[in-house]
Each structure stands twice: as structure tokens, then as C-alpha cells.
Design a protein around this ligand. Structure first.
Ligand code: 6PG
Length: 252
């Protein structure tokens, strides 16, 4: 296992703060390694849902460069938290980014990769993905249960593709739904609140000063916190872990 050469500041047991985005991503990589090994020991698959956007690129690159040999990839099964409705070759595809930064560089088998298809009819794809999750994952509380869901947070407090103008997706009866980005109008496919909160572990990886104001409202339950989808996950998952760099945490 990699030696930890950096200092973690803990605000409380679920908030982990590191000096830099690199150190923050390394800490999440260590968590993924440890959980994958635990599952491996028990001969259980490790079912993970990944987010897209910019922040996880660094984590994926670190996983590819430093963990290609140590993570038991044959036990890891990858799913997606959300996808932009476009082909996997498009620059904005979450799968495309993950493929380029991680998947093509580690020994994971194609049959362990369950991507959301951004290139087909979005409503049909949301239904297909829901059926797939029900078939591939253990059920708890009548819902598919991931071992780990990796989330990010937008500057507007959105998480997955659940935006502040569509908070009803937090309580949707469907595990997977279609949403629309409030500014660009881009269609997305996304996991909804109930399935996210049903996961064994929910981890937010959030870096950068542009997130700091919204983050402090969410963590301290102040001001407009109720308007941010991330607050709901923070309050209802059991309990979510936040991996933050100093810049994102500066107002906490
Ligand atoms: C996406 C996401 C989304 C993301 C946040 C943060 O497809 O964009 O999965 O929920 O995690 O928007 O994105 P950044 O890391 O780019 O700030």
C-alpha cells in the first residue's frame, strides 16, 4: 500500500481535508484500494458508481498511474452516477473521460463496465439502466445497493445530475431518470436521490475555491442550504464522507 506522506485535517469523522487536490484524490484512491481489497477477501464484487465532470479526472489518472497493479480490478464493477446525452467519443461524455483517463490503462474486463448509453433515446436508456441495476446489484430496501458512490458537486450545489431546479429527482420512485442542465439545456441521465442514499458508502470529492461558499452552507446547514441537492444527500445518506482540498474547505 502507498505510504501516506501528507497531513489530513479532520473536522469531524466524515470531513477529510487535504492541502492539495492531488492529496485529496490520493486519499480517495486509498479508500478505493482498501474497499476493493476488503471485498476481494470476502470474494464479493465491489460495485462502484462513478461521477463525471472535471474533478475526478485527477483521481482516475492517479488510479491508472499508481494503482493499476494493486487494485484487484477483476472484483471491481463500474457503473455511472450520471451521463451526458452524447456519444462516448464526445469530449463531454463522462464515460469517454473515464475511458481515456482510467479504463484504457488498467486491467479491468469489459464485462465489468456498465456504462450509461448517452447516445440513445434518454428515456429508454434511463429505464434500461434501472433494469440493469436491479439485475446486477444486490437489493436493499427494495432498491439496488452500490458499495460505493463517488459524487462531485457543482458550484450551484448540484450533485449527480440532480440540479436545484429539479429537486423532485431526489425523491423519485425511479432509480434512474432523465434531467436537463439548467443553463446549457443538455440532457443527462442520472441516478436519483433514493438510490444514492441507499449505498453502503457515499463519498464526495470536491476541490477548488469556487465550491467553498455553497459547501459551507451545506455542511453547517446555513443560509440557502435547502436549495442545494447536495444538502439532501448529506442529510440522508449514512453519513456521506467529504474529501476536500483546502480551497474548497476554506469557509468551513
Ligand atoms: C457531471 C457530474 C456532476 C459533477 C459536478 C461537479 O456529469 O457533470 O457527474 O455531478 O460531479 O458537476 O463537476 P466538476 O467536477 O466539473 O466541478
Amino acid at each position: 500500500m502507498m505510504e501516506k506522506t501528507y497531513k489530513e485535517t479532520k473536522m469531524d469523522s466524515n470531513i477529510h481535508i487535504f492541502e492539495t487536490p492531488e492529496q485529496t484524490a490520493h486519499a480517495v484512491a486509498e479508500l478505493i484500494l482498501a474497499t476493493a481489497k476488503e471485498k476481494n477477501k470476502l470474494s464479493l464484487p465491489f460495485n462502484v458508481a462513478l461521477s463525471g465532470g472535471n474533478t475526478p479526472k485527477l483521481l482516475f489518472t492517479i488510479l491508472a498511474n499508481e494503482y493499476a497493479d494493486s487494485i484487484p480490478w477483476h472484483f471491481v464493477r463500474l457503473f455511472w452516477v450520471d451521463e451526458r446525452c452524447m456519444p462516448p467519443t464526445h469530449a463531454e461524455s463522462n464515460f469517454g473521460m473515464t475511458y481515456e483517463s482510467l479504463l484504457k490503462n488498467v486491467p479491468i474486463h469489459d464485462s465489468n463496465i456498465f456504462r450509461m448509453l448517452g447516445e440513445v433515446d434518454s428515456e429508454k436508456e434511463a429505464k434500461r439502466y434501472q433494469t440493469l441495476l436491479e439485475a446486477q446489484l444486490p437489493l436493499k430496501n427494495g432498491l439496488p445497493r452500490f458499495d460505493l458512490i463517488l459524487l462531485g458537486m457543482g458550484d450551484d450545489g448540484h450533485t449527480a445530475s440532480i440540479f436545484p431546479n429539479n429537486m423532485s429527482l431526489l425523491h423519485s420512485d425511479s432509480a434512474v431518470a432523465v434531467s436537463t442542465h439548467p443553463v446549457s439545456g443538455q440532457k443527462r441521465i442520472t441516478l436519483t436521490g433514493n438510490i444514492i442514499n441507499n449505498a453502503e458508502k457515499v463519498v464526495f470529492l470536491i476541490t477548488g475555491s469556487s465550491k467553498s461558499s455553497v459547501l459551507q452552507q451545506i455542511i453547517h446547514r446555513k443560509q440557502s442550504f435547502k436549495d442545494f441537492p447536495t444538502s439532501y444527500i448529506h442529510a440522508h445518506s449514512l453519513p456521506a464522507d467529504f474529501y476536500l482540498d483546502k480551497a474548497a474547505a476554506m469557509e468551513l
